[in-house]
Design a protein around this ligand. Sequence first.
Ligand code: NAD
Ligand code: UDP
Ligand code: UDP
Length: 326
Amino acid sequence: MKKRVLITGGAGFIGSHLCARLLRENNDVLCVDNFYTGSRSNVAELAHQSAFELLRHDVSFPLYVEVDEIYNLACPASPVHYQRDPVQTTKTSVMGAINMLGLAKRLRIPVLQASTSEVYGDPDVHPQPEAYRGRVSITGPRACYDEGKRCAETLFFDYQRQHRLPIRVARIFNTYGPHMHPQDGRVVSNFIIQALTGEPITLYGDGSQTRSFCYVDDLVEGLVRLMAMDQGLEAPVNLGNPVEITIAELAHRIIDLCGSGSAIVYRPLPQDDPTQRCPDIGRAQNLLHWTPKVALDDGLKRTIAYFEALLAGPGGTVSPLLRAAS
Ligand code: NAD
Ligand code: UDP
Ligand code: UDP
């Protein structure tokens, strides 16, 4: 059945793929974004469709629209971007959650929150199941994001209990793919751009910290399945790829796949950088019958192709990105 779907943060990396997916399934999509980290170019290919509408708006302010369901993705996701204006990051998470919950309550519609593995902080339980309560710094540089997202989860479950609102909470683990912001400082985009431009690969710490990388198409599939659920929603659901890799190994993989001659340079590990992260996806497997399908090398190849085209610029001319890097 055709729905009117609101996607906040729809011009960002994950949001733009979700917009495309829901349009392909014949829905009307209202994409709301303040373009803090997202851009019109991420949704440019969708703009000609009459079922697609783009609205510039900051979710920390109220929004009155008429829709059938809400995906709340608005929030900068990379540590560099969310730490640039930490007060705004907390406002976006907390005020944005209140406004989207208020909207969902008025319309009595489902609302899905894009939460994060960062709610587990630097975990001492590994891999992380949903029942793990986390080890988060309350006052450190990542707290604006981690605590903002934790408070948003609290609000979601309070609206569920207090107002019987049909909520869904996805705890998203590191996701990568085309439309990542080339300068947002996340590891996959940094390493690929460095490898393609022959710049040194910046490895923070000794590279022994781990992450688990999920290709964006798999993640979007998980979000859509979670939205479609009407049971098992009394707890959050981890969504991520359980294949864990050290950051040093990721650097070597990307160098090899790019056929790059880049050297590796070591930089200090940022404060509170988690030493390990890997999702326990048992709950998503049971509840959603979902498991990521795209292998890391395949997803990296598709992401490398995207950044190659971006670096080449329109018509194969050298892009400003490449000029800046060389
Ligand atoms: P992104 O930065 O590419 O996208 C976020 C989008 O939200 C951008 O388009 C940005 O302009 C918009 N935005 C930010 N503040 C806003 C505001 N106040 N009002 C309206 N729009 C606003 O990040 P992403 O990777 O696509 O992440 C999307 C969501 O998924 C975020 O909520 C993030 O916390 C969550 N998440 C992502 C990852 C990941 O690995 N990518 C992991 C965990 C959680
Ligand atoms: N809100 C919104 N759109 C709506 C309905 C509510 O943005 O369609 C906002 C509203 O500004 C309020 C917030 O959502 O601040 C929470 O709404 P709720 O009804 O839960 O709380 P209340 O209005 O009673 O504070
Ligand atoms: N990292 C790195 N070099 C970079 C960017 C990131 O070594 O140029 C490391 C970072 O310290 C962290 C991991 O890669 O251990 C993932 O970082 P990212 O910012 O992508 O996301 P996080 O999982 O920390 O939120």
